[in-house]
Ligand binder design. Structure first.
Ligand SMILES: [Zn+2]
Ligand SMILES: [Zn+2]
Length: 244
């Protein structure tokens, strides 16, 4: 996942209070056809900054940008208030749900890269405890948001799939062996290092694929929505390598 943190926009730590926001994702859109898919990514960054300014200005008077995250047509996730911060995006769900806005308008179909960025964001947050549900703004209050296309895509389940692997992940994965219980070697040690980095301190970097390693692999597979067979192969390596 390509994530641009709020610090990359020169913004301070969010002023909004902490909140659980675990119920699932709430989809939003901009409302105007921004044409960002045809522009350079710098236009998305300028848009994100302008959105925060608008939300904090006299029209809204909020203490920060209203959303938790945004996804741009170039497939990049941009941090708003971030994970587990109270939002101003959907009254009725600002402390219980997590908002994601698509930087598109009514007549703009989100790009494949944008949908993939949404899925990557969702997979990442699922690993942090977010529930599976996907909702949209007009389920909370009467509003045109998130427009006809995105409403249909939420309802039909089109946004819910697993993210596709990026090119660099595929290139790496082709070179990696399939590993399971009883295997030894430095690749096993790499698996163990990745597991430790994913908050599985019970895994020891012994270079032997033991029961503790297998158990942790299964846990990571579960949140990554791949078969939890405890074997590290072409489907599981990308889950282990997913960056954030
Ligand atoms: Zn909205
Ligand atoms: Zn962009």
């Amino acid at each position: 996942m390509k994530l641009e943190k709020r610090s990359s926009f020169g913004w301070p730590a969010p002023a909004a209070g902490r909140a659980p926001c675990r119920n699932g994702l709430v989809v939003h859109y901009d409302g105007s056809n921004l044409g960002l898919a045809r522009k350079a990514h710098s236009a998305c960054r300028a848009y994100w900054k302008a959105t925060r300014k608008f939300h904090m200005g006299p029209a809204r008077g909020w203490l920060d940008i209203g959303y938790s995250f945004g996804v741009c047509p170039h497939g990049i996730v941009m941090e708003g208030r971030g994970w587990q911060r109270q939002q101003a995006a959907q009254p009725g769900g600002n402390t219980t749900w997590t908002s994601v806005t698509f930087m598109t308008g009514d007549a703009e179909k989100p790009t494949d890269a944008q949908v993939n960025a949404f899925r990557e964001l969702r997979a990442w947050l699922r690993g942090k405890g977010l529930a599976a549900a996907i909702s949209y703004h007009s389920r909370f209050i009467s509003t045109s948001c998130p427009g006809k296309i995105l409403r249909e895509w939420v309802t039909s389940g089109r946004l819910a799939g697993a993210p596709t692997n990026t090119d660099w992940q595929e290139a790496i994965v082709k070179k990696l062996p399939t590993l399971g219980k009883g295997d030894h070697g430095e690749h096993v040690q790499s698996v163990q290092a990745l597991l430790v980095a994913r908050s599985h301190p019970e895994v020891k970097m012994t270079g032997t694929f033991d029961a503790a390693t297998e158990k942790a692999v299964k846990a990571v597979q579960k949140w990554g929505d791949v078969d939890d067979d405890g074997i590290v192969g072409p489907k599981t390596w990308p889950v282990l390598l997913r960056v954030h």
